[in-house]
Design a protein around this ligand. Structure first.
Ligand code: 13P
Ligand code: SF4
Length: 327
């Protein structure tokens, strides 16, 4: 794809398609892949889980379950399917596998990583625990299974405040997202011992940029993801996970909105909320964009690539996710 709205990602060209065509045109444009995926889903008894950052043709045309990281972890439980395809990044596929040890979980592109998950190792967590004995470890789900296995309880951006408050302690180790931890510390007053991991998409937003958008659009409602630096969240009218953003737009119906998050959110939401105007700052997640319709089709055709978790990590990593879901 190319054209005037094309944006150069790290390794491929991405075009926010909803700017260029009407909703029903997606199905025509991608008819071949979509038909094949729908047929393969039946043949394999497969479901497709899609994160809110997936492109509209995946999000709207082939996904069975869509959501933020919390919804994907929650809904991955008790699925009536033999195969789960994760249209998201690797840590999400690992979480789905933790919740479904007996099912085949496929990730269409193994290179779909995450700067947060890659920022920390299990050894780093062990060293933090030695340094702060007795302090509970809260780990963002954007982490690998071996890091989760060192964890007391996981959290997502949708439930971090609730998880941290449920511990009833004055301080917690909250890893690996430094900005999420700082934002939760600001909300709760609970001291956060953090790790210098950042989301490469959200760390790029600046307060100056938000103020500039407000000058250009004085009536705009600004919604920032809590992976943004605290100075950016301070400029926003509301902050929440991608699912919270979706709910906010659907219920508050702002006339004009600026979603300070990954590009595809505005593309997906613009279709669902035609009465709202979307101002579009656009930072791409190159990892999310590795997942394509063609890749999903290949994954289902060839049953690739199955996610595996070393057996020693399974029980402790699953327990950390289950504790989160129980809160
Ligand atoms: P949520 O969808 O949970 O808000 O997370 C955003 C994100 O960056 C996932 O990688
Ligand atoms: Fe990771 Fe950020 Fe991409 Fe989400 S948007 S997968 S947190 S790099």
């Amino acid at each position: 794809m190319g054209g005037p709205n094309a944006l150069q990602s790290r390794d491929r060209l991405y075009e926010p398609v909803s700017r260029l065509m009407a909703w029903e045109d997606w199905e025509r444009l991608y008819a071949d892949d979509i038909e094949a995926i729908l047929r393969l889903k039946q043949e394999r008894n497969a479901v497709i889980l899609a994160h809110n950052y997936q492109t509209p043709e995946i999000f709207h045309c082939v996904a069975d379950i869509r959501g933020d990281s919390l919804a994907l972890a929650r809904d991955a439980q008790n699925l009536d399917a033999d195969v789960i395809v994760m249209a998201g990044v690797h840590f999400m596929a690992e979480t789905a596998k933790l919740m479904n040890p007996d099912k085949t979980v496929l990730i269409p592109d193994e290179r779909a990583g995450c700067s947060l998950a890659e920022s920390i190792t299990a050894e780093d967590v062990r060293k933090m625990k030695e340094r702060y004995p007795g302090v509970p470890v809260v780990t963002y789900v954007n982490s690998t299974a071996d890091v989760k296995a060192e964890t007391d309880v996981c959290c997502t951006s949708g439930n971090a405040k609730r998880v941290v408050e449920s511990l009833n302690v004055p301080r917690v180790i909250m890893i690996p997202d430094e900005f999420l931890a700082q934002n939760i510390q600001n909300e709760t007053g609970i001291e956060m011992l953090t790790w210098p991991g950042h989301c490469e998409v959200h760390e790029r937003f600046t307060p100056q940029e938000i103020r500039q958008y407000r000058r250009m659009h004085p009536d705009v409602t600004v919604i920032a993801h809590p992976e943004c630096p605290p100075e950016v969240v301070a400029e926003a009218d509301y902050s929440g996970s991608t699912a919270n953003m979706i709910d906010y737009v659907a219920t508050q119906k702002p006339e004009k909105v600026l979603l300070v998050t990954e590009c595809s959110m505005s593309d997906n939401l613009a279709t669902l909320n035609p009465e709202t105007e979307f101002v579009r700052p656009c930072n791409l997640c190159p990892h999310m964009k590795r997942i394509t319709l063609a890749g999903i089709r290949r994954a289902l055709e060839n049953m690739e690539t199955p996610v595996t978790i070393p057996s020693a990590l399974e029980a402790p990593a699953r327990a950390a996710v289950e504790r989160m879901l129980a809160i």
